[in-house]
Ligand binder design. Structure first.
Ligand code: NDP
Length: 448
């Protein structure tokens, strides 16, 4: 028995923190976790989960229209934001309960309060109580970044967007990344007038150029407006509560809400990290090595607070690897190669591996195969929306090094195909697989 109150004290009960806590506990460690907001963290409470439910809710707008082409008499339907919002928030609360139960089932002690670090092996809770632990894991995640400009306090972020009292008629979204494109799709399907305002001329930096262009083109056809090279200058709040957004290089835009989606910053402020000499990078992220250990040997960090890849499944892997390595006697290092990702836009994007540009830079000669097609369902629905699948192959080895897709269910298809890319399969392996007909995914084995 050690002289510490706990073997492990985890700060933050989000995806990474909960996984690390319960796995460490299952390896026999005495574990405590502190959470100042709600158990579940960004993904469950104000991220992936409620967002995906809104995406489902939004997609009914198209499904109800398309159903008429499939023989259904669909009356004019009205959308009720309050009902969807409340159902989504109730589901979030249910999941929060399940996460709490998981901790409980593994005898993890939960402190529903803020914890800060006061020594390499000591934390202090908000009520002043000090707790010692042989090791500390920081899993405090990230927080939306809001650039400073006059009136920026009138903007909301993804933290607040799930709680809106009413459905806004006019939405301005700052940023051109994941959250901007996902919420542009959601609000547009609900009937709001949506304008994406981007400081540069590129949406979804990091995704394959052709796929990004396809999303831009489809989004514009659906009625989403874009302003490029348009920095935010100010937001003016009028007497009736509505907002006017003043931009550089563009006319002002009136809006009911302004959603800022300009990236997320690591949650390291006020944690006492500087006092114990823990090293941060210039973005404020905790610097860790491949074992998730920080510059202070007893303190580790996983997830968005380390700003490696800001994705839930990556944080979960890091939490698992930490617990298995430190408490389970199974040294594990997370492999960051070929991490699949998706944008739940309308239609969604799925991607794994190198983009065409990256592959050309790194490998020299590559073969690129594309399938540009209209999904069968879209044809009958009279929906002029084309899917695009793209495969990047290393010319020298025939290995598939990248897959990029936009179209219905692209993330669902991509997850399965990512196994093949991760396994290093070749174009010939894809060709040798018989098509599953009729499906959209069969395009992947029919690329010529
Ligand atoms: P992103 O990093 O995806 O996009 C940020 C956008 O904001 C970019 O267009 C960027 O422009 C712009 N931007 C950055 N700084 C400024 C600034 N100072 N002024 C104006 N514009 C700025 O961030 P999001 O907020 O959309 O999402 C945060 C993270 O959350 C993502 O990176 C992702 O890791 C995660 N996430 C994942 C999802 C998923 O997996 N489906 C869904 C939602 C979020 P530029 O391109 O010029 O840098």
């Amino acid at each position: 028995m050690s002289n510490f109150d706990f073997d492990l004290f985890v700060i933050g009960a989000g995806s990474g923190g909960v996984r690390a806590s319960r796995v460490a506990a299952s390896h026999g460690a005495r574990v405590a976790v502190a959470e100042e907001h709600r158990v579940g963290g960004t993904c469950v409470i104000r991220g992936c989960v409620p967002k995906k439910l809104l995406v489902y809710g939004a997609h009914f707008a198209e499904d109800l229209k398309d159903a008429r082409h499939f023989g259904w008499d669909v009356p004019d339907c009205k959308f009720d934001w309050d009902r969807l919002r409340d159902n989504v928030l109730a589901e979030v609360t249910r999941l929060e309960g399940l996460y709490g139960q998981t901790l409980d089932n593994h005898q993890v002690t939960l402190f529903k309060t803020r914890a800060t670090i006061v020594g390499p092996q000591k934390v202090r809770l908000a009520d002043g109580q000090e707790i010692s632990a042989e090791r500390i894991l920081i899993a405090t995640g990230g927080w939306p970044f809001v650039p400073e400009f006059p009136g920026s306090e009138h903007a909301i972020t993804s933290n607040e967007v799930f709680h809106l009292d009413t459905l806004p008629k006019r939405v301005v979204i700052a940023g051109g990344g994941y959250i901007a494109n996902e919420f542009a799709g959601i609000f547009n399907e609900f009937g709001s007038k949506v304008t994406i305002v981007n400081r540069g001329d590129t949406i979804l930096r990091g995704y394959d150029e052709q796929i990004r262009d396809r999303l831009l083109q489809i989004s514009m056809t659906k009625g989403i407006e874009f302003r490029f090279n348009a920095p935010f200058e100010s937001i003016e709040k009028k007497e009736d509560g509505s907002l006017t957004v003043h931009l550089g290089n563009c006319d002002p835009i009136d809006a009911d809400i302004v959603l800022v989606a300009a990236g997320r910053v690591p949650n390291t402020k006020g944690l006492g990290l500087e006092d114990v000499g823990l090293e941060l990078d210039k973005e404020g992220a905790i610097k860790v090595g491949e074992t998730n250990q920080s510059s202070v040997p007893s303190i580790y960090a996983v997830g968005d607070v380390t700003n490696r890849i800001q994705l839930t499944p990556v944080a979960i892997r890091e939490g698992q690897a930490f617990a298995d390595s430190v408490f389970g006697g199974k040294p594990t290092v997370v492999d960051y190669a070929n991490v699949p990702s998706a944008v739940f836009s309308h239609p969604p994007i799925g991607a794994v591996g190198m983009t065409e540009a990256e592959a050309r830079n790194k490998l020299g000669t590559v073969r690129v195969y594309t399938s540009d097609f209209r999904a069968m369902k879209n044809v009958l629905a009279g929906r002029n929306e084309r899917a695009l699948y793209k495969m990047i192959v290393n010319e020298a080895t025939d290995q598939v090094v990248g897959l990029h897709m936009i179209g219905p269910d692209a993330p669902e298809i991509l997850q399965a195909a990512a196994v093949a890319v991760k396994a290093g399969l070749t174009k010939a392996d894809f060709d040798a697989t018989v098509a599953l007909h009729p499906s959209m995914a069969e395009e992947l084995v029919l690329l010529k």
